[in-house]
Design a protein around this ligand. Structure first.
Ligand code: ACM
Length: 679
């Protein structure tokens, strides 16, 4: 194997890195995510047994239910038949686990979510300001369950924890593809498990009006294809979230993204109807008419009814991507703008926002909206959600508005976990003044739903959102990637506890395609690919809302773990000074598997037309693996490559660049790295 050149500085750097990793290693058998603010590991352990008893010092129902859920999770995980199947309430009797809260509080932005968790050999104590802190402590406790030949236990630790940011959310778009109530519930469970505290519910858009409105029934009756949440279901979700310490912020996107509003009420559009629910993806013209005085009565009726369903103070009005085309083309609107000395559509939108704000403030609601290029002239209570770039996050905060970061947390774009994880709203080297930093409330992952349906949504949200949860909860210095991935891997499995299908649907969808129980051969291929960056997906297909989401691109995972592990292995192999036989063998075995896979997959592809689109990519994986194997061999023998082979291989690797079936090889760069080391 070739000697890889080292310089003294590099050695020093590696030494420092090693020291840091080593310090972290001491804690690396604790698979906590998000990582707590402070943790001290003591010797000893608390052994779980059938005598385990939880006592709560309060009778708060949400506290009781969360303790009950924790007990059930522990029982299911360990198989222990607990004699006390229910926590004791209003009890300060010393038992295995005592939960002490100071007060019961309603959920609100800025609530004290801190907690202390002390586990010793004898007992466990949780102290927190309120029931929400205690819920977070219980989420931590569940992640600490470990086992060995002596049984199940919790390691002795002392944790003092609180979130770095007060707004840690996930947006789910239920308009573009409807996501039924059980999907929302299991995702709320998962959000609570990683201490997220906001569910941003994107309920209306061009493609569907997803909420019942009794006063204006044509909204959901004509705008939803029958797929909407009833009042009872909304209440059920809001309560379910509340029980888990999660605020629900509804979004009714206005004045653009409004087609579904106008199917039943075309009189409020800025251009004559009729309108039909949108079936294509993109940005569309239908926009509410802010110059129609009646629209404000209409919105007041709608908002008043909705305000009975959503208790949270914050209310998202969208405000994004109004292309202004209907406004430009409408002489009545142009006249209104002229009479009111409005020079741009931004000014008209601002007028609309101010009117909407008035209705909402009468309902005791505070508006949240997407960042628009010109800042609105609204009260400083308004919260701006930055999605186009992080500069807008700082700009709005400097202008005195509170702001949220979503740029870099667009999980629908299927970017890597690493990218999202390192997307710190306030990086350690930030030079922002403290008064500006204070305005940055946190952030939200956004699950836009052009390319997800009920079967695939969990796999697009998880596990990457757990890494985002850590970015928003944990101290900024918690940013070691290797350590994060080790923990994420375990937390990923833990999330299945809540019924998420992000792991199990992977093989299920392959079984459906192949009509076979054994999907190993197809899986070998899918493990090595990734879906194309979402904004590049509209070729050769132009997507519509009812198109299938069951193809290989939908099964393939963003940031696939096998490809990531292969990358780490190749990097480690190339960085080492002398041969590590184990690493060498792992790389070789993996490459041989990929090299030989196409010939096995071909007969399956031949009789499965849905797979035809990836046939040449599968062939290319084999070719790339063959180049990788030869490169590995040359590196091992310290020999020189034949120039003809090098130039042919280079050509092959370049031709592999092209995606097929909207997927690409996720392992190509690692194979190229091996090839490029060859001289
Ligand atoms: C957005 O992504 N249009 C907020």
């Amino acid at each position: 194997m070739k000697q890889i050149k080292f310089f003294p500085q590099i050695l020093f750097f590696i030494f420092i890195l090693f020291s840091i990793c080593n310090a972290k290693d001491k804690k690396s058998n604790l698979y906590l995510m998000p990582w707590p603010e402070s943790i001290q590991i003591n010797s000893g352990r608390f052994l779980l047994s059938k005598d385990f008893v939880i006592s709560l010092n309060n009778e708060n129902e949400n506290l009781f239910k969360s303790a009950q859920r924790a007990l059930k999770i522990i029982a299911d995980k360990t198989g222990i038949f607990f004699e006390n199947q229910f926590p004791k309430i209003n009890s300060s009797e010393i038992t295995s686990l005592n939960v002490n809260i100071k007060n019961v509080e309603d959920l609100k932005l800025g609530l004290d979510e801190s907690y202390d968790l002390e586990i010793s050999q004898e007992r466990i104590i949780i102290n927190s300001a309120n029931q929400v802190g205690a819920m977070h402590a219980l989420s931590t406790l569940v992640q600490l369950i470990d086992s060995d030949s002596n049984g199940y236990f919790l390691p002795s630790v002392q944790i003092i924890d609180k979130p770095r940011f007060q707004w840690r959310g996930l947006l789910i778009d239920v308009s573009r593809h409807f996501e039924p109530i059980e999907i929302i519930k299991r995702n709320l469970d998962a959000l609570a498990a990683v201490k997220m505290n906001v569910f941003h519910w994107h309920l209306t858009d061009d493609h569907g009006f997803r909420i019942e409105c009794k006063a204006l029934p044509k909204l959901h009756e004509m705008g939803s294809d029958g797929n909407f949440f009833t009042h009872e279901q909304i209440k059920e979700i809001v309560e379910y979230a509340d029980e888990r310490g999660i605020r629900v912020v509804p979004e009714f996107d206005l004045p653009g993204h409004a087609t579904s509003w106008l199917v039943g009420y075309p009189e409020f559009a800025s251009a004559p109807g009729p309108y039909t629910v949108e079936r294509n993806w993109g940005i569309f013209n239908p926009t509410l008419d802010p110059t129609n005085e009646k629209i404000y009565e209409f919105l007041e009726t709608f908002f008043t009814e909705m305000s009975t369903l959503f208790p949270d103070k914050y209310w998202h009005i969208g405000g994004d991507e109004n292309n202004g085309k209907q406004w430009d083309a409408n002489p009545k609107i142009q006249e209104f703008m002229k009479n009111n000395k409005m020079k741009s559509n931004h000014e008209l939108q601002n007028y609309f926002n101010v009117r909407v704000d008035k209705i909402l403030s009468n309902l005791n609601k505070t508006m949240v909206g997407w960042y628009t290029d010109e800042m609105p002239d609204l009260s400083k209570d308004y919260i701006v959600q930055a999605w186009k770039g992080r500069v807008s996050l700082y700009e709005t905060a400097k202008n005195g508005y509170r702001s949220l970061l979503s740029h870099g947390f667009y999980i629908d774009l299927v970017q890597t976990t690493e990218y999202h994880y390192l997307n710190d709203p306030i990086p350690p080297d930030s030079i922002l003044a403290d008064s500006v930093k204070e305005k940055i409330l946190g952030g939200e992952a956004t699950m836009w739903a052009e390319f997800v349906g009920p079967e695939t949504i969990d796999s697009r949200i998880w596990p990457r959102t757990a890494a985002i949860a850590e970015r928003l909860w944990s101290p900024s210095e918690v940013n070691n990637l290797q350590n994060m991935f080790e923990r994420l891997d375990k937390v990923n499995l833990q999330l299945e506890t809540y019924g998420l299908t992000h792991i199990k649907n992977y093989e299920m969808m392959m079984r459906r395609i192949t009509g076979n129980y054994d999907v190993e051969i197809l899986k070998n291929f899918v493990n090595a690919i990734q879906p194309l960056y979402t904004y590049s997906r509209d070729h050769p297909h132009v997507f519509k809302s009812f198109y299938p989401l069951s193809r290989i691109v939908d099964i393939s995972q963003p940031d696939p773990k096998p490809a990531r592990e292969f990358k780490f292995l190749v990097n480690e192999f190339l960085e080492q000074k002398s041969l590590d036989q184990k690493k060498y063998n792992s790389i070789k075995n993996q490459l041989e598997c990929w090299r030989d896979n196409h010939i096995k997959l071909l007969p399956i592809i031949t009789k499965t037309p849905i797979l035809k689109e990836i046939e040449t990519l599968s062939e290319d994986l084999s070719k790339a693996a063959e180049i990788g194997l030869k490169s590995l061999d040359i590196l091992l023998n310290n020999s020189k490559a034949d120039e003809k082979w090098k130039s042919e291989s280079n050509e092959i690797l370049n031709s592999i660049e092209k995606p097929r079936g909207e997927v690409e090889l996720a392992v190509k760069k690692s194979i190229e790295k091996l090839f490029q080391k060859v001289e």
